[in-house]
Design a protein around this ligand. Structure first.
Ligand code: TYM
Length: 332
């Protein structure tokens, strides 16, 4: 049976990239399949997190899920550390995955930079824990942004090697779901870099909690080239900043880049940017208002996460037990 799993790290605030590349698409899959969405706090601590901020950021991701339309009666929403099976299956996968596979992970190489000796061992093993997140539920579909594709491919490799080594077909070979116009939302100041929570300037990104004036200012100051919008999508080739703004518009409007170009062909930035800002405010303001309302009631968020964790455990526990049997661990 098809089952969706995905997750977001509670490290810093949520961006428009997280919304369009992940959360909005999570909402779209709800009701069509069984959906499990996690706040991956175990992954967050692969780099230092202040404990109080981690708790707050965990609630903020949960609030983003809820405010965007995830319904805790339809989807399982929880934070990873409340379900011990993630860490337990992660250990088994650490013993299945090969060091050489980890060495090829581009996200690790980017994050470790020139200082790979000093990063945490957890950062290195990160993709193995991510495989455990997905396979602990036998998830078949994983909606993610483009930057997570290599990690989902590694999950397939780990499932295949486990199945091969133990002579079983126990773990499914999961499909990454990377679709729509916004699977790689770019930085507003540099169209060749990804929009991220950690980029040094706040002007590079739209945060899900930005107010209307801030959103308008950021789009107004977004880097562009001087040319007007072309007549066809081909005319955006080699214009990464322009392409990014068209893609963002399309994703926010549930449209396509082709349709956006058709509507705005020949328009200058003086017309397109305010239209984009208005659209973004119209779509994001209700979500950010709901997020701040939810954040005023942390006990309610905690209750929803605890309930989700209890449901997650019911799926995870038999799968972990069977894994342990396959591996040959004794239990009474
Ligand atoms: P994270 O927390 O970095 O990002 C969460 C989700 O948002 C997507 N995303 C973007 N999409 C489009 N454009 C962007 N600029 C952009 N920035 C972020 C990410 O692709 C992701 O889908 N390793 C994962 C979390 C994780 C996970 C999992 C995901 C842990 N276990 C199991 C799926 C399944 C991460 O760090 O995502």
């Amino acid at each position: 049976t098809p089952r969706v799993f995905s997750g977001i790290k509670p490290s810093g605030g949520l961006t428009l990239g997280n919304y369009l590349g992940a959360i909005k698409r999570f909402v779209g899959m709800q009701g069509e399949m069984e959906t499990i969405y996690c706040v991956v706090d175990l992954h967050a601590i692969t780099v230092w997190q202040d404990p109080a901020e981690l708790a707050n950021a965990t609630r903020e991701v949960a609030a983003g899920y809820l405010a965007a339309g995830l319904d805790p009666t339809q989807s399982i929403l929880f934070n990873q550390s409340q379900v011990a099976g993630h860490a337990e299956l992660g250990w088994v996968f650490n013993c299945v995955a090969r060091v050489g596979w980890m060495n090829r992970m581009t996200q690790f190489k980017d994050k470790a930079g020139t200082n790979a000796e000093k990063v945490s061992l957890g950062l290195y093993a990160y993709p193995s824990l991510m495989a455990a997140d997905i396979l602990l539920y036998h998830a078949t579909h994983v909606p993610v942004g483009e930057d997570q594709k290599q990690h989902v491919e590694l999950t397939r490799d780990i499932a295949a090697k486990f199945n091969h080594d133990f002579g079983t077909a126990f773990f499914p070979i999961t499909e990454p779901v990377i679709d729509g116009p916004a699977t790689r939302v770019m930085n507003l100041r540099d169209g060749t870099r990804k929009m991220s929570k950690s980029g040094e300037s706040d002007m590079e990104r739209i945060n899900m909690t930005d107010d209307a004036d801030t959103i308008a200012k950021k789009f107004k100051k977004a880097k562009t080239d001087p040319a007007a919008l072309p007549d066809t999508l081909d005319g955006l080739a080699g214009r990464p900043e322009a392409r990014n703004l068209v893609d963002i518009y399309a994703a926010l409007d549930d449209s396509t880049p082709e349709a956006v170009i058709a509507a705005y062909q020949g328009a200058g930035w003086g017309r397109f940017k305010p239209a984009l800002a208005d659209l973004a405010v119209a779509k994001l303001a209700p979500i950010s208002q709901e997020m701040s309302r939810l954040m005023n009631d942390p006990a309610e968020i905690d209750r929803i996460l605890a309930q989700g964790a209890a449901r997650a455990r019911q799926i995870a526990e038999p799968i972990l037990k069977q894994t342990y049997d396959i591996v040959g661990f004794l239990r009474s």
